[in-house]
Design a binder for this molecule. Structure first.
Ligand code: C5P
Length: 231
């Protein structure tokens, strides 16, 4: 995989029109885009289909979680769009249903182990008698055993989770901040170089690119940083 293929830009924008304008600014510098709730619920799915037709790869960050039958059918529909990645929450029934739904399509299912906005107190409030680290490790092992293709995790967790899931699963890391840029609301951040060196396969970057005065130059600088780093 070359450096350019490892950068995923998060299109956290309010409309398909705003997303289209960003994609044309970024041009050939970016080939992989993440679409989350904000854009998905504002015309982002037909927009995603158009992006795929134009040769880009798409990560649908929809974080599915429902009864098994509903998850399987939802994943079947997403697979027909031609997306590359889709997120589901790392609950056993949900992961099993998602793996059934993707069948032999090229869609790869990523599991979200524990949301990064959760700490031990939030888990206790939700009724779990486990730490975030314990629950994330248990869910990563379950994801591996269920045939899930990869995990979304913070770059700080990459080394530990790689030890649990082995080389066969992809690790996709948000919370990436080039040196000198603002953290925004991210608490645990890592530079592109450090995340790649820690073993991340893909980097998800949103605001440092889409809010930059020159988004194409910002994305190009990240690609160069990835290229220069041995993983
Ligand atoms: O703008 P920024 O680079 O912080 O965007 C990161 C993207 O990754 C956002 O779309 C955010 O929703 C997503 N994400 C995250 N942390 C997770 C999972 C997804 O920041 N644990």
């Amino acid at each position: 995989m070359n450096a350019r293929e490892r950068l995923i830009v998060a299109l956290d924008l309010p409309s398909a029109q705003a997303a289209e304008s960003m994609v044309s600014k970024l041009g050939d510098t970016v080939g992989f885009y993440k679409i989350g709730y904000q854009l998905a619920y504002a015309g982002g799915l037909p927009f995603a289909a158009g992006l795929i037709t134009s040769g880009k790869q798409v990560f649908l960050d929809l974080k599915l979680h429902d009864i098994g039958n509903t998850v399987t059918k939802g994943v079947e529909s997403v697979a027909q769009l031609g997306a590359t990645f889709l997120t589901v929450h790392a609950y056993p029934q949900t992961m099993k249903a998602a793996v059934e739904g993707k069948k032999d399509s090229k869609l790869r299912i990523l599991a979200v182990t524990v949301l990064t906005s959760y700490d031990d107190a939030d888990l206790a409030a939700a009724g779990y008698a486990m730490s975030v680290g314990e629950l994330a490790a248990a869910r990563a092992a379950r994801a591996r055993d269920t045939g899930i293709d990869g995990l979304v995790c913070s770059a700080e967790e990459v080394a530990n989770l790689r030890g649990i899931v082995g080389p066969g699963m992809v690790l996709v890391t948000p919370g990436i901040r080039p040196a000198g840029s603002t953290r925004d609301d991210q608490k645990r951040v890592m530079t592109p170089a450090k995340a790649i060196a820690a073993g991340a396969d893909y980097l998800v970057v949103g605001r440092p690119v889409v809010e930059a005065p020159d988004p194409k130059a910002a994305a190009e600088a990240i690609v160069t940083e990835i290229e220069r780093t041995k993983s």
